[in-house]
Design a protein around this ligand. Structure first.
Ligand SMILES: CC(C)(COP(=O)(O)OP(=O)(O)OC[C@H]1O[C@@H](n2cnc3c(N)ncnc32)[C@H](O)[C@@H]1OP(=O)(O)O)[C@@H](O)C(=O)NCCC(=O)NCCS
Length: 145
């Protein structure tokens, strides 16, 4: 059975594992701890029978602006609408905080994620040269709520 809920520090190991399996950028686990106090409602996980199979981590990046830092679904669960479900839950939390726009960045090679975000209503804003640690360009995207 699927369940959406907020992230807790006890989820750290599972979320780190999922992040390193799914995302090319490497994150220090301390980042996850540091994020919690700022906006706990912006950190959401999806579980299947107690196992974390997806998560979205977002932060408030301005008085009315939120930023998605990471969003990932376990490989074997992709293409079933779970990414969309998590994103919509995140937008709902954004609505409660008075957020007017959501921003994010994707690697220009991550065409699947770009399509995913475009389908959710994100617009391409600009390309940032050498944005990632390995030198790849990033695409900045934005969606009004
Ligand atoms: C991007 C990601 C979160 C999408 O999650 P998902 O659960 O597979 O997405 P959904 O099933 O909700 O897909 C919704 C729509 O997005 C689009 N989409 C999703 N993945 C896609 C892909 N790889 N290629 C093209 N379009 C894709 C499709 O149009 C899909 O609509 P459809 O079901 O009508 O085909 C998932 O592929 C993932 O974890 N990728 C690795 C991590 C990553 O790149 N994260 C984004 C950068 S932070």
């Amino acid at each position: 059975m699927l369940q959406l809920r907020h992230y807790h520090n006890a989820d750290l190991a599972d979320v780190c594992q999922l992040a390193s399996d799914s995302l090319r950028e490497r994150y220090d686990p301390s980042l996850f701890y540091q994020l919690v106090p700022y906006w706990p409602e912006g950190l959401i996980v999806v579980e299947d029978m107690g196992r974390i199979i997806g998560f979205v981590f977002g932060v408030m990046s301005g008085p009315q602006e939120a930023r998605i830092l990471m969003l990932a679904i376990d490989r074997i669960y992709r293409g079933r609408g779970l990414g969309t479900l998590l994103a919509r839950e995140f937008f709902r939390e954004c609505g409660k905080r008075g957020v007017r726009r959501v921003t994010l960045e994707v690697r220009v090679s991550n065409v699947g994620a770009m399509r995913f975000y475009q389908r959710l209503g994100f617009l391409n804003i600009r390309r940032a040269s050498h944005y990632y640690s390995d030198g790849e360009d990033g695409l900045f995207m934005m969606r009004y709520l």
